[in-house]
Design a binder for this molecule. Structure first.
Ligand SMILES: [Cu+2]
Length: 69
């Protein structure tokens, strides 16, 4: 089943962050769509629950420098 979640990552500050996150998360196993809102510092992620889970997405965000908080 496909789910969309919104994760708040306070370290998002500009278009570079947006490109970095969208570029790194898109194509990760189970992740179907990633959209970063720089204004709200939110990451909208659509993923297949068979392929990944929210913990894994959060871990990946932390790994690339944008911990969820
Ligand atoms: Cu930035």
């Amino acid at each position: 089943m496909t789910t969309t979640a919104v994760l708040h990552a306070p370290d998002i500050s500009c278009g570079h962050c947006k490109a970095h996150i969208e570029g790194d998360l898109t194509g990760e196993p189970g992740i179907e769509k990633v959209e970063v809102d720089v204004e709200t510092k939110d990451v909208h992620v659509t993923f297949d629950e068979q392929g990944t889970d929210l913990d894994a997405v959060q871990a990946k965000l932390a790994e690339i420098g944008y911990p969820v908080g």
